[in-house]
Ligand binder design. Structure first.
Ligand SMILES: [Zn+2]
Length: 100
C-alpha cells in the first residue's frame, strides 16, 4: 500500500560532485534516505518563501504605515494599539472575518 499523499516521481537531475558527496555524508550521519532529506530541504525553502506577508495600513496616530492585529475582533495598530476605525468599518461593510 503506497503512503497517502506520497506520489513517487522518478526524475533525474544533476548535482555537483561536492554537493552529492555532502548529501551522501549527511544522509549517513542522519540515517535518512536521500529523498527524505531533499524533500525536507524543499519543504523548508517553501515555508520560507511562502511566509505570510503582513499588510501595512496607514495609522493616523503614528503617522506611519503599520501592521494591524485583531483585538476583540477590532483591527488595532500594533505600534500604538489604537483601533483602526477605517479598517474596522471596511471589515464590517465587507463582513471580513479573516486576519487583516
Ligand atoms: Zn499606530
Amino acid at each position: 500500500m503506497p503512503k497517502v499523499g506520497v506520489t513517487k516521481a522518478t526524475k533525474s537531475f544533476t548535482l555537483t560532485m561536492s554537493t552529492l558527496a555532502w548529501l551522501d555524508e549527511y544522509c549517513i550521519k542522519k540515517n535518512k534516505k536521500m529523498s527524505a532529506v531533499i524533500n525536507d530541504l524543499i519543504n523548508e525553502l517553501r515555508k520560507q518563501t511562502e511566509a505570510p506577508k503582513y499588510n501595512l495600513y496607514w495609522c493616523t496616530s503614528c503617522s506611519d504605515n503599520t501592521v494591524r492585529s485583531l483585538v476583540n475582533d477590532e483591527p488595532v495598530c500594533v505600534v500604538c494599539e489604537s483601533i483602526d476605525e477605517g479598517l474596522s468599518r471596511a471589515r464590517k461593510q465587507f463582513n471580513l472575518s479573516r486576519q487583516p
